[in-house]
Design a protein around this ligand. Structure first.
Ligand code: ADP
Length: 225
């Protein structure tokens, strides 16, 4: 049974969603002067929107969240202040997905107070409507049931974290794993297949960090917890 609901997103889907997003923006009659990408998730969609909307000004603001372990004190904050004057400009603030909405709210408030644009509108590809504190001005998909979008730009990062989480749990019963066993269990847990090269790269990282040991057993490579 799947433990974390995931959707494996292809590059083609991202391009198509951004094309659709750009059409919605054009059809609304509003036209931004500048795009601000929320780093890091908003980078690729923001760049594609620049292309589809013929916008040449692209800036970025990075918002960080505390990690999972520090969830109790979780608070989104701007990493490096964006000290630019955007007075008189219409700004499109772009992120990949609006989930809790915290990063978008923090980025928007920061732009309003630091950069003073005439207007800010928000665009994301996905909007998780039941949990999100805001509704983006433009979005492509309204997601009614929470799911993890496995975007292509976080594939290795996600795979590494997903394997860690899975082996933390499954490792209580089983200490040695072949690559094939890890792949099978990954598909069972997450319901997606990221492809052999990503499993191998993720395992290399975990071996490098000392979280797994790689050794040979009966001429077969195994990963030991
Ligand atoms: P926001 O909802 O304002 O984007 P979050 O703090 O909830 O802020 O999310 C921060 C970032 O984490 C998102 O911009 C996205 O890159 C990533 N993220 C959050 N939720 C998901 C999800 N369900 N699927 C994929 N990526 C996500």
């Amino acid at each position: 049974m799947v433990k974390v609901r995931c959707k494996l997103v292809s590059w083609d889907e991202v391009v198509e969603w951004c094309r659709q997003l750009s059409l919605k923006i054009k059809e609304s009659g509003w036209s931004p002067d500048t795009i601000v990408a929320i780093a890091r998730g908003g980078y690729v969609p923001a760049r594609l929107l620049c292309d589809f909307l013929d916008i040449h000004e692209l800036l970025s603001v990075q918002v960080l969240h505390w990690g999972k372990a520090a969830e109790i004190t979780a608070k989104a904050h701007v990493k490096y202040p964006l000290k630019v004057n955007l007075s008189g400009k219409k700004v499109l603030l772009v992120d990949d997905i609006a989930d809790t909405g915290d990063s978008i709210i923090v980025a928007k408030e920061h732009l309003e107070s630091e950069c003073k644009p005439s207007e800010i509108k928000v665009a994301t590809m996905q909007w998780i409507s039941p949990v999100c504190k805001i509704k983006p001005d433009y979005y492509v998909d309204e997601v009614k049931e929470w799911i993890w979008y496995q975007y292509p730009w976080t594939r290795l990062e996600d795979t590494t974290q997903f394997i860690t989480k899975m082996l933390d749990e499954e490792g209580k019963k089983k200490k040695e794993w072949t690559l094939e066993e890890i792949v099978e269990k990954f598909k069972e847990w997450y319901g997606i297949d990221v492809g052999k090269s990503y499993y191998e790269l993720a395992l290399e990282i975990l071996v490098g960090e000392g979280k797994l040991k790689k050794r040979t057993r009966d001429r077969e490579v195994v990963y030991e917890l």
